[in-house]
Design a protein around this ligand. Sequence first.
Ligand code: GRG
Length: 297
Amino acid sequence: MTFPQELERTASAIEQRLGAHLAAVQGAPQSGTALADAMRYAALGGGKRLRPFLLIQSARLFGVDEAHALDAACALECIHCYSLVHDDLPAMDDDAVRRGRPTLHIAFDEATAILAGDALLTLAFEILSAPATHADAAVRAELVLMLARASGWQGMALGQALDLSAAHRAFTPEDTVTMQTLKTGALFRFACEAGAVLGGADGRGRAALTAYAAAFGRAFQLADDLLDAQGDAEAMGKAVAKDADQGKATLVALLGIEGAKARLAGLVAEAEDALAPFGDEAAMLIDAARFVAERRA
Ligand code: GRG
């Protein structure tokens, strides 16, 4: 299978399994609230499912089949979906469209969006800590701790807070990398390390995945910033990034478009090097890094 086919196949496996988890939510007493519908709206029917893909492919490197990585992957996707819902709120990015549809607070209302985000966050840990995730309770406990750290006060939530603070203070290039490593990179790191943990990887195997994830996460964010900047530059008819004017913390604003493209190529090479010990077995993960660097939308 090619990478796009495999990504699509994984996405539909995630859709199905997440749908089953959310069907249990739907079956619970609702007392006339929209909470379960809002959770389904946020979690199903869209998204590339890149993080689950990385988790499943990382686990496969250590001999874990997809069926035994699927619940950890669903838990991670619940966290990602919650973060998008909250990120889109008027108090944060105030976005009206997500995954080609109205954002959750537009389709429902703001309070429901906050609650659906909260409920997806906690559903992630419900799924991750259940015996179906892994037979060994110690492995499940390790995964729960890892996901809490990746998503909370020392991970994604901190990254988001740092990003918001960029509107009020000067950011050095190092500040920007730190912010992005936390805000976007922490979940990619969890994806790859969780695969290693599910497969009982040794220290070297896990370290290789950690190095891959770091380069992947930075490449993902830089490619996203480049897309934004190029779109803005086209709209303005000149090759500069609007971000520089708005004080937004992106590396494109700091490096310029050509500098950012060169950095992006370097990050993809770093991701490939990190996986060298796995040889051809890591082809899908290498293709994933190329995919995020090359995407045009
Ligand atoms: C609200 C605690 C909290 C954190 C927010 C959402 C978030 C942290 C960070 C992402 C913000 C963002 C929109 C970054 C740009 C990168 C991007 C396009 C993220 C969307 O991820 P994809 O491309 O989305 O994997 P899909 O829809 O494919 O799942």
